[in-house]
Design a protein around this ligand. Structure first.
Ligand SMILES: Cc1cc2nc3c(=O)[nH]c(=O)nc-3n(C[C@H](O)[C@H](O)[C@H](O)COP(=O)(O)O)c2cc1C
Length: 458
């Protein structure tokens, strides 16, 4: 069996995805403003040979439920929240191998300064940074940025295409590999003829300048993405190296096959992509003890907070629904696929009551609860049956849930040969793909490399 890849998911806030668990007496997520909290977490994950700490992020308040942010604020649903990019240097300094997958919503950024921020992090982490490319789904974010409302769903992806083209040119096409000569004797740090201003004149972004930073180990960070709509899947197939998928085994398998197949249409090798499924795990030495722990966690979870979050994700104010009213599909500019998962893409008829029943740990994930053997069996069956490569382990009680996984599940998987016992040396891209630190030349970004043959990227 292939080696299972593992990301831990957290956010720079108190209540991220498994809502309410911050109220558990052993939970420490209130320490998110303390640098030691992040260093301790990163070191624990590295001890468990995790591939990445994936930092999700959101710009804007979750204010769709009841038309105001009150429920989200009371329950700490992703607000207050700090900037995840700024956590990376702390943790990179205290670790050697762990990757950092950081979410940045490009809608409210410009390629010129953002490309420099990622290069800086790639320098400081010696090539261990990844970017989770998102385009946002909240009107509250748009209002914060001086717009009346967010751009339409598909337009966000059009903007993202243009953004990526400009960013690739800066990362891949501005500085030649040997531009920096550091020649003290001749007083030449950089050879000017080897640095090129890019000329990007796209529909949304214009960049006529050289990249400000010298090249980093990976140049382009490893690219994560979670597009689920038709337009989103296309974006993932073109750009993403690590893709987040959801659904049951059959659905996940179909999405994986579809994206791999679509990737070939963009000239990529389908094996240049890795797929991850979100999971919540409650593990203890025996099944009985795990069930006890799960029952105890449940006392602190908040399905109401989960519902407030799901309102923002879908763009539907569920406070207006009767408990047993069937949920129907309406067009919103939020995450269409999340609404489809409880309407057209589900055999079940969903209602608010059913959503609340499902959110036993404050999110829509069905937890895997049991002994290390049971959890390992379940994870291995997903890799086998859904053709995924690994998992996004969503937080429960932090850091306890992550540490339990490291101490109990990781050794079990290692003893079965389905999990690494040592890291591969090199950059994050080396560790994930084993083919060097740079994006493969056949990735669309390869066309922007200095000296690359012109290619039709349509
Ligand atoms: C595992 C996972 C993590 C995600 N993380 C974020 C995030 O941190 N911030 C964000 O704004 N959107 C996040 N999203 C939403 C995606 O960026 C995207 O909008 C969503 O998957 C739907 O894609 P679609 O717009 O193609 O329907 C995430 C989605 C998934 C499945």
């Amino acid at each position: 069996m292939k080696k299972i890849l593992m990301n831990a998911v957290h956010m720079s806030c108190v209540g991220d995805i498994a809502h309410g668990l911050w109220t558990h007496p052993r939970d420490q997520s209130e320490r998110y403003t303390d640098s030691a909290y992040w260093v301790e977490l990163a070191q624990a994950l590295e001890r468990g040979r995790f591939d990445n700490l994936f930092l999700a992020d959101i710009i804007g308040a979750n204010d769709v439920f009841e038309g105001r942010p009150d429920a989200a604020l009371r329950e700490a649903v992703q607000m207050p929240i700090d900037d995840p990019l700024l956590l990376v240097p702390l943790m990179a300094h205290a670790t050697r191998h762990l990757g950092f997958g950081v979410t940045v919503n490009l809608t409210y950024e410009h390629p010129f300064p953002l490309a420099r921020r990622f290069t800086t992090l790639d320098h400081l982490s010696r090539g261990r940074v990844a970017w989770n490319i998102v385009t946002g789904f909240l009107d509250s974010a748009a209002r914060g940025m001086g717009l009346a409302r967010q751009h339409g769903h598909d337009e966000r992806y059009e903007r993202a295409e243009d953004f990526m083209a400009a960013a690739y040119k800066l990362w891949e096409g501005s500085w030649e590999d040997d531009a920096v000569v550091r020649d003290r004797a001749h007083r030449v740090y950089t050879e000017p003829t080897r640095v090129h201003a890019i000329d990007h004149d796209g529909p949304y972004y214009r960049v006529q300048a050289a990249h400000l930073s010298e090249p980093s180990v990976q140049r382009t960070p490893v690219l994560f993405q979670a597009g689920a709509s038709t337009r989103g899947l296309d974006f993932a197939a073109r750009h993403a190296e690590c893709v987040f998928v959801s659904g049951n085994k059959q659905q996940a398998r179909e999405i994986v096959a579809k994206i791999r197949q679509r990737a070939t249409a963009f000239g990529r090798n389908p094996q240049d992509l890795r797929f991850f499924l979100g999971v919540v795990v409650v593990v203890a030495p025996t099944d009985g003890l795990a069930q006890e722990k799960y029952a105890e966690y449940r006392l602190h979870a908040s399905a109401q907070a989960g519902l407030a979050h799901f309102s923002s994700q879908t763009g539907i104010d569920f406070s207006r629904y009767d408990l047993d009213e069937p949920i129907s599909l309406v067009k919103t500019d939020a995450v269409q696929s999340f609404l489809e998962s409880v309407t057209t893409q589900s055999e079940k008829r969903w209602s608010v009551r059913k959503l609340l029943d499902q959110m036993t740990l404050g999110s829509r994930h069905t937890p895997i609860v049991g002994s290390p053997q049971r959890v390992a069996d379940e994870l291995e069956s997903w890799v086998r049956d859904a053709d995924i490569d690994g998992f996004n382990l969503v937080r429960t009680v932090v850091p306890e849930g992550f540490v339990d996984f490291v101490d109990l599940v990781v050794p079990e998987l290692q003893s079965r040969g389905s999990y690494k016992t040592e890291y591969t040396e090199g950059s994050l891209r080396d560790k994930l793909f084993g083919a060097g630190p740079r994006l493969p030349a056949r990735h669309p970004a390869g066309a922007y490399r200095v000296g690359a043959e012109p290619r039709n990227l349509a």
